[in-house]
Ligand binder design. Structure first.
Ligand code: AHR
Length: 306
């Protein structure tokens, strides 16, 4: 309608409903499912939003297409979680030219021009990798250990940063050797397949460091199928702390998990309202994460939200 057109760009027309286009990475993990639920449960009509949601199936071209269609629709705000870090400048320029503010959630872009987005809400992935590395260094690497790494999606901020953080935190401990490292694309099935390959190639694996719970859960299946005991014969450290991961931790199959909080919907709603109202927002909102040992998982599980 004419009203909608007048609202494009976020400067408010007669109605207060905020139209928001959200381009999600995909449905690759339990974390992503919890993140999608948080966004859909928060950006509701009751809360004053008209949400258009799309799933990019882990493909950057699908996200660029979705963002272009939100620009064409003239939504008030665009939000997205970029599947990979690079290659966003052109489409972000298009949004800027159309006067539509962009909010990044969960994952960062590597654009040098920070005026291309209003705010980035999400965890500190380098810190998550460091927390994992510190725990390994202090608790497992008191003697030499061989580590295999299951990386997240190639080029994704959490894969780049969790790798860097772990390497940094273990670099001063000569007992830690990363003997193999491959992407499992943040999925359980690829985590399993890659772990099967690791087990065939190496008979001396002490630890799996997986960039998310789902790949760690896939690795558990491969380790058990090989007749070994996960959490004992081969230790496992992961990131996310979603329900299935926490259950495996409580069951002794995973040894340590660094949390990555997926409940970004409320922060996104607040920032979107401020941006549309023309208020100042923080450029970077860091979501706080905890970490869990096996004992802590047993305690935390009954009241976990996701
Ligand atoms: O970007 C966050 C990461 O993406 C989560 O840790 C992982 O599970 C998801 O796929």
């Amino acid at each position: 309608s004419d009203d909608d057109t007048a609202d494009a760009g976020g400067n408010g027309g007669g109605d207060d409903v905020i139209s928001i286009g959200f381009s999600q990475v995909g449905a690759e993990s339990g974390w992503r499912a919890a993140n999608t639920k948080s966004i859909q449960d928060t950006l509701t009509a009751e809360n004053g939003f008209d949400l258009s949601f799309s799933d990019a199936q882990q493909k950057q071209e699908n996200q660029i297409q979705a963002i272009r269609s939100y620009i064409a629709q003239g939504v008030d705000v665009i939000a997205f979680s970029p599947v990979v870090e690079s290659g966003w400048d052109a489409v972000l320029e298009e949004a800027k030219d159309a006067g539509i503010p962009v909010i990044l959630t969960d994952r960062a872009v590597d654009s040098e021009d920070e005026s291309l987005y209003e705010s980035f809400i999400g965890s500190d992935f380098v810190l998550e990798g460091e927390t994992a590395g510190e725990w390994v260094s202090e608790n497992l690497a008191t003697e030499p250990i061989n580590v295999v790494e299951l990386q997240g999606t190639t080029g994704a901020a959490p894969a780049i940063d969790r790798k860097a953080g772990f390497e940094e935190a273990t670099s001063d401990n000569p007992n830690v050797t990363i003997i193999d490292s491959q992407t499992g694309n943040f999925t359980r099935s690829e985590g399993k397949t890659v772990m099967e390959g690791f087990l065939q190639a190496h008979d001396d694996i002490d630890l799996v460091y997986a960039h998310n719970d789902d790949m760690g859960l896939g690795a558990i299946e491969a380790i058990e199928a090989a007749g070994l005991v996960p959490g004992e014969d081969i230790k496992i450290v992961t990131v996310d702390a979603v329900k299935d991961g926490m259950q495996a931790l409580a069951d002794g199959k995973i040894n340590f998990i660094v949390e990555c909080n997926p409940l970004l919907g409320p922060d996104l709603a607040e920032i979107a309202k401020k941006v549309v109202a023309g208020e100042e927002v923080e450029k970077r909102i860091v979501v706080e994460d905890q970490s869990f040992t096996q004992e802590q998982a047993v305690e935390a599980l009954p009241t976990r939200e996701y």
